[in-house]
Design a protein around this ligand. Structure first.
Ligand code: S3P
Length: 179
């Protein structure tokens, strides 16, 4: 086993990073951290409010600062926001300090999962046509998401099933100390 003992879940909005991450942490008996949640706690505001009041750039700065903390952590599952992995410094940090898993989701499945909480997704709620916006951004981002160490398809799977698949990969490749 290498020195990396954290796992990071990356991928598009609605891919299940938070829900599957919580399940994976439970299976591994690791801590669970959600970067959007850390930012919201720090700022005392929702992601939507941060985007409205300070703009996306400020949100991205806070995101980078919070994810820096992974350097000091061990045995933690990180759910990241859907845009975090696109930042080269965040990506480098996550590649260095965690095993990264891309949760793949189709346009339709992403839409099914996010449409009921659209107001909390400022990048989509502002779009004239959110489905085309998902399609466009997913196309733009997929090549970068594919740089993650592993990928798992999440369509038609429960968070528990996705976490179970990741757990099998971890055992197969001996990525974590499960003793
Ligand atoms: C974003 C995804 C969101 C949140 C913010 C920006 C993105 O997180 O960080 O709205 O750029 O894809 P989720 O992927 O958890 O929805």
């Amino acid at each position: 086993m290498g020195k990396k003992s954290n796992f990071s879940l990356i991928g598009f909005m609605g891919s299940g990073k938070t829900s599957s991450g919580m399940e994976l942490a439970r299976l591994l008996k690791f801590n669970f951290v959600d970067s959007d949640q850390l930012i919201q706690n720090e700022m005392g505001m929702t992601v939507r409010e941060i985007f409205e009041k300070y703009g996306e750039k400020a949100f991205r700065e806070r995101e980078k600062a919070q994810i820096e903390k992974i350097k000091t952590m061990e045995k933690t599952v990180w759910a990241t926001g859907g845009g975090a992995w696109l930042d080269p410094l965040i990506r480098e940090n996550l590649l260095e300090n965690s095993w990264s898993v891309w949760l793949k989701v189709s346009v339709d499945e992403s839409w099914n999962r996010v449409s009921s909480h659209l107001s909390q997704r400022p990048l989509l709620s502002k779009a004239a046509n959110p489905i085309s916006e998902i399609d466009l951004r997913l196309k733009e981002r997929s090549a970068v998401y594919s740089l993650a160490n592993y990928s798992v398809v999440t369509d038609d799977k429960t968070p528990r099933e996705v976490a179970g698949e990741i757990f099998e990969i971890i055992k197969r490749d001996n990525l974590a100390d499960l003793s």
